[in-house]
Ligand binder design. Structure first.
Ligand code: NAP
Length: 258
């Protein structure tokens, strides 16, 4: 039995990883972690695979403990861990509520780190960890600050972890896609009256970017950037000073910031 644990499996990128890992990596057992149980049940049925469904809000201590308890009780051998649970809301510091800010950090950073740390002891040589970063982690992004900053953490964390776990034959990959066609943007822009981009670049196909990421993870890459404009963004980040990059981004927003 080859097992994958996927957080955020009820939608978008996490759901796509389940399909891809079953198709190409011979994963025949899953643990799905998210809040929407029916979605995960539907995924399990459509995959025709064994799946344990952990219905948990990972921004809460109880949610984190549910994952820890399952690991301690079942002592599985985990081949893949994919941390895809995450969200980001547009808005300046005046617009975001304290609750939104804390939840973004709790889910995108704290839950990702805790789930990773509690799972590593259950992984054997050849195991792979995929952490969801974002193309937004290459540039300071006013009005998307908390989200993009949380993804900077994920990038640095994953790159360092990749070194730390090499001696166990494990690898960690930070996946940094551009805008992908999922429920993410609808939720990010749900409070329609806030500062946000005027127009989004064409959205990437979830299936294509996930396929590329699985290949990169198999090869043990520390980072995976899948599409041309995110690669360009990454290159510009190395070449141009932050204020220039930030001004380019501000020019894409629908309201003046000052
Ligand atoms: N789509 C993009 O353009 C894009 C680009 C770069 C990076 N990313 C990153 O990719 C990851 C997946 O995003 P997506 O695009 O697939 O978005 P999505 O379709 O909205 O999926 C987000 C997933 O996270 C889960 N989730 C949200 N809040 C949770 C909570 N409190 N506890 C447990 N699970 C929770 C959701 O499940 P429930 O609602 O059922 O709990 C869902 O399964 C995120 O980390 C995101 O930052 C997305």
């Amino acid at each position: 039995m080859a097992l994958a644990i996927i957080t955020g499996a009820s939608s978008g990128i996490g759901m796509e990883f389940a399909k891809e890992l079953k198709r190409t990596e011979g994963i025949d057992e899953f643990w799905f972690v998210a809040r929407r149980q029916e979605r995960m049940e539907e995924l399990r049925d459509s995959l025709g695979a064994r799946a344990k469904i952990i219905c948990a809000d990972l921004t809460t201590d109880e949610g984190i403990e549910a994952v820890r308890r399952a690991l301690e009780e079942e002592k599985p051998t985990v081949k893949y861990l994919v941390n895809a649970a995450g969200f980001g809301n547009f808005g300046t510091f005046e617009e975001l509520t304290e609750n939104e800010v804390v939840k973004m950090i709790d889910l995108n950073v704290k839950a990702l780190v805790l789930v990773t740390h509690m799972t590593i002891p259950y992984m054997e040589r050849g195991g792979r960890i995929i952490e969801l970063g974002s193309g937004s982690c290459f540039t300071p992004l006013p009005a998307f600050n908390i989200y993009s900053s949380s993804k900077v953490f994920v990038l640095h964390y994953t790159k360092s972890l990749n070194f730390e776990i090499k001696k166990y034959g494990l690898r960690a990959t930070c996946f940094c896609p551009g805008w992908v066609e999922t429920e993410f943007l609808g939720k990010a822009t749900a409070a329609g009256d806030r500062v946000m981009p005027k127009k989004m670049v064409p959205l990437l196909s979830c299936n294509k970017v996930v396929r590329k990421c699985v290949r990169a993870a198999r090869r043990g890459r520390a980072m995976c950037v899948t599409n041309w404009y995110t690669k360009l963004q990454h290159l510009l980040f190395k070449l141009l000073p932050d204020p220039v990059l930030t001004r380019l981004w501000i020019g894409m927003l629908d309201k003046k910031l000052w």
